[in-house]
Design a protein around this ligand. Structure first.
Ligand code: PRT
Length: 108
């Protein structure tokens, strides 16, 4: 049996189509309609739920909460008009620089 999979890029495309969609029929449209603040609040909730699942060592719950977390991050990025490509460019800029070396290079 083939398990359906959806990439973050494809999810972001779906989320983008929900801008201006009916909040009565689309949860994403409802979130986007509420604005960046509400999207950020939901993201925070999902982050905490992911932490709780991790501390419980519950792999199935971690998987479900991480999916919720990624969905809400993608929605927040859409609400803030930040494109995935910008995130990829930022990650690319950081590639090859260890977090330890970066931290040591900070003045304070
Ligand atoms: N991946 C997701 C996804 N993950 C989580 N969720 C929803 O996110 C919500 C978060 O759970 P909560 O228990 O916090 O929800 P809640 O308390 O009812 O939410 P609030 O009332 O606080 O807003 C749930 O309603 C989940 O169904 C998602 N909703 C949509 N998607 C994707 O987005 C696509 C478009 O969805 P619609 O915009 O609804 O058509 C879907 O086809 C999916 O691919």
């Amino acid at each position: 049996m083939t398990v359906a999979r959806l990439s973050i890029e494809d999810l972001a495309k779906i989320v983008e189509t929900r801008k201006g969609a009916d909040p009565e029929t689309s949860y994403t449209a409802k979130l986007l309609h509420r604005g960046v603040g509400q999207c950020a609040k939901k993201l925070g909730e999902e982050a905490v739920e992911t932490v709780i699942a991790s501390l419980a060592g519950d792999r199935a719950a971690i998987r479900a909460e991480a999916a919720d977390l990624i969905y809400h991050l993608v929605v927040l990025l859409a609400a803030a008009d930040v494109e995935l490509e910008e995130i990829y460019a930022e990650l690319g800029r950081r590639e090859g620089t260890s977090g330890i070396a970066e931290k040591a290079s900070r003045r304070i």
